[in-house]
Each structure stands twice: as structure tokens, then as C-alpha cells.
Design a protein around this ligand. Structure first.
Ligand SMILES: [Zn+2]
Length: 233
């Protein structure tokens, strides 16, 4: 693992399934197993393996998604490593066209997340859905060491997905409104009272910092592969 702040964290070792060597969880099925492409094996022999923060989003099964993230020492927020982490989070979030991304999802077990809901993303939803889900665009928000308080405990249930469980979604109950307090990218104290869709995003990302994923809270019978209809086509 790299030096700097990453070296301060307790080390974790990837499990047997993390680096393209599939581990079957069910002996009766080989579904999803693919041989590792030759060029990838060759690249691994020649080059160093990629190191966090990755340019791709870690997928469920990666232990980093199941560990509680560590707090960032406040004086490090404006340092080169954390600033590079924040830039990477924003870049990957925008590249993947998602609305939130946490540091563990790029392989870094630190309490950092970014969120953004652009006007274009808002417009991509039908007006009826926007109203039902209480969607409103919001600018880029960066939170380091955030703490969250529930402002309105009424539960609202809608489908949500996660870039770390690519291709699936499920209905998840979330609190209607929350208040979040943390540091921004400049290391300054910042807070945000979020409701509706924004509150859902905040709760989803806060869960990632605790090693919790939406599949832990979902209504399990609503879990779907988003392409299930195409498969039958
Ligand atoms: Zn997620």
C-alpha cells in the first residue's frame, strides 16, 4: 500500500475473489465466471497493480465496502493525498453519471463522500417521478468526517441503486429529512439539511462509510436486475 495517509490505516488484504480469480459461492453454478484475459495477466506481471483511489468503482464482495471507514485527521483535508482523493471521487462520479460516491467505493477506507445532482440528471426523470421522489438539483457537495442527525423520521420508500452493485436496484426505506455536519474540501465546517431525494443520497453515502450497503436495508423481494426485461426479449 502507498505511503502517506493510506499507510496509516489498518491494512486489509483482498479476499480470494477480489482480483479476477473468481471464488464460487455455490458449487452448482459457474454463473458469472470468466477467465482472466491474457493481456490483464500480462499487464499485472509488467506493471504494478493499480492502487487506491481506483478509477473504477469497487464491487460488492470487496472487503473495503464492508469495513467502517476511518476519520481523516482535519489537518490532512487540504493536503495533497486527500485533495487527490476528492478530485478522483468527483471525476469518477461524473464519469459514471451517478449522484454520490464514497471513498470506500474507490478502495479508500476514509470518511469522505461527494454528491451532486445536476439539472440535466434532474431533467432525465419524468416530471411525475421528480415530484413523487421530491427531487431537486443540488450543486457538488463534499463531506469529510460527516455526522448525520435525523430531522424527520418518517420513512419514504423508493427504488435505489449503487455503483458498487452494478446493474441492480431495490426499494429502500429512508428517512424523509436529515441534517449532516462535517468538513468540506477546504477543511471548513459545513452542514446541510437535506430532504426527499437528497436525504436519500446522503443516507446511502453515510451508510457506505459504515460498511453498510442498500442490500442490507432493502425490501428484498423488490431486488431486481435492471435488465431483466431485455434478457427475455
Ligand atoms: Zn452506493
Amino acid at each position: 500500500m502507498a505511503s502517506g495517509w493510506l499507510g496509516l490505516l489498518r491494512p486489509w488484504k483482498p479476499g480470494p475473489g477480489c482480483w479476477g480469480l473468481p471464488t464460487r459461492c455455490c458449487s452448482s453454478s459457474r454463473l458469472g465466471e470468466r477467465p482472466r484475459p491474457y493481456w490483464k495477466s500480462l499487464r499485472r506481471k509488467v506493471l504494478q497493480p493499480p492502487s487506491p483511489p481506483y478509477s473504477k468503482v469497487c464491487q460488492v464482495g470487496d472487503p473495503v465496502l464492508r469495513s467502517a471507514a476511518a476519520a481523516v485527521e482535519p489537518w490532512r483535508v487540504t493536503g495533497a493525498e486527500v485533495q487527490a482523493l476528492i478530485r478522483k471521487l468527483v471525476r469518477v462520479m461524473r464519469k459514471e453519471d451517478c449522484v454520490g460516491l464514497s471513498a470506500p467505493q474507490l478502495g479508500v477506507p476514509l470518511q469522505v463522500f461527494v454528491a451532486e445532482f445536476t439539472k440535466r440528471q434532474w431533467q432525465d426523470n419524468a416530471p411525475g417521478l421528480r415530484e413523487a421522489k421530491q427531487m431537486a438539483p443540488f450543486p457538488l457537495r463534499v463531506f469529510v468526517n460527516p455526522t448525520m442527525r435525523v430531522v424527520e423520521s418518517r420513512l419514504v420508500t423508493f427504488p435505489e441503486g449503487c455503483m458498487s452493485i452494478c446493474g441492480f436496484s431495490a426499494c429502500v426505506p429512508r428517512y424523509q429529512a436529515v441534517h449532516i455536519l462535517g468538513l468540506n474540501e477546504a477543511g471548513e465546517v459545513t452542514s446541510w439539511q437535506a430532504s426527499g431525494w437528497a436525504a436519500r443520497i446522503v443516507q446511502h453515502e453515510m451508510d457506505h462509510l459504515q460498511g453498510i450497503m442498500y442490500i442490507d436495508k432493502m425490501e428484498s423481494r423488490t431486488f431486481v436486475n435492471r435488465l431483466w426485461e431485455e434478457v427475455n426479449d
